[in-house]
Design a binder for this molecule. Structure first.
Ligand code: ASP
Length: 317
């Protein structure tokens, strides 16, 4: 039986590696998704997810996450949750609830506390410093405040044919209080059906929501398209449509996998992702939009990885 995991951004690679080990040993897709995402949430140098994520305009780190089970269609999600170590685990637990399975703000945080999830001040001194500098820069130079966002989105397929998907994000850096992106929204940030496949998104939530692109990719796979073709068609068509009808299109990137472990990706910006499928260990690739609406995918170079490592750990003065 095939198995695999695909996830957004280079930051997901350690988690995908762990998920692959789990799946190779007959672990479940749900555990693979949660394991992969927790690895990103826990790593302090990733500025857009979990611990170390960048806060909103008021300096408060509000996080969004979701979990979906592709067998039962169960969904759990949180938005604007604060001071909780692993939002993805809270979202997964919520997916077992028949009612109240998508919780926001204080209700989400309270649920997590009552359910016994670990409380943690998620704002690292480094993230606080970046925020302070940004506040100063914005007021001095009258800049557009929004600078940076990335979501970890994961789709996994286990040896029993089950697929799950999950997302976790601190959303848009300097977002207004209570702003929620696409990541916890079914159909926009994620969607999975074990019989068809799954897709997850990263990018400007405000624009991703306009196209429900995760669902659109899964729908195209249900019509028989391979994941790559489904991604190319859904993403580039919508990119052009948005430019024409709305005037511009924010950055967005999606990854997908089907129950055979075949995968696909499409993006309108330079985009990295990690995938482990059918017995292969995790591998990082870089993708770009090609001129003919086909995604160009290349293995990542060591040079790129070294520069990335340096960039994320650069001292903040
Ligand atoms: N989609 C996320 C949001 O808009 C951010 C990102 O993935 O870049 O909140």
């Amino acid at each position: 039986m095939s198995w695999g995991t695909i996830a957004t951004w280079r930051m997901a690679d350690d988690g995908v590696h762990k998920a692959a080990a789990l799946l190779a040993n007959r672990g479940t897709a749900g555990d693979a998704v949660e394991t992969a995402i927790k690895a990103v949430e826990d790593y302090p140098y990733y500025k857009s997810v979990g611990y170390g994520g960048l806060p909103n305009a008021h300096g408060i780190l509000e996080m969004d996450a979701a979990f979906m089970d592709g067998d039962s269609f169960k969904i759990g999600a949180v938005a604007g949750i604060v001071d909780v170590k692993n939002p993805i685990s809270v979202a997964r637990k919520l997916s077992d609830e028949k009612f109240n399975s998508f919780r926001v703000g204080q209700g989400a945080t309270e649920y997590a506390m009552l359910a016994g999830f670990e409380r943690c001040n998620m704002l690292t001194p480094r993230a606080k410093k970046i925020w302070e500098q940004r506040v100063e820069e914005i007021s001095k130079h009258n800049l557009d405040p929004y600078d940076g966002h990335d979501t970890v989105g994961v789709v996994s397929l286990d040896q029993f044919g089950k697929m799950c998907a999950g997302t976790s994000s601190s959303g848009l850096f300097m977002k207004q209080a209570g702003r929620v992106g696409d990541s916890p929204l079914s159909g926009s940030g994620f969607y999975v059906d074990s019989e068809v496949g799954g897709a997850v998104a990263t990018g400007l939530g405000e624009d991703l929501m306009k196209g429900c692109l995760s669902y659109e990719i899964v729908r195209k796979m249900s019509e028989g398209l391979a994941p790559q073709q489904a991604c190319d068609e859904a993403v580039y068509r919508f990119h052009h449509k948005l430019k024409k009808r709305y005037g511009k299109a924010g950055a967005f990137s999606l990854v997908a996998m089907n129950p055979k472990g075949e995968w696909g990706v499409a993006t309108n910006v330079e985009f990295t992702f990690s995938v482990a499928a059918n017995g292969e260990d995790s591998q990082i690739f870089i993708a770009n939009m090609g001129a003919d609406e086909q995604t160009i995918i290349e293995p990542i170079s060591q040079e790129w990885l070294d520069a990335y490592e340096k960039r994320i750990k650069a001292p903040i003065d």
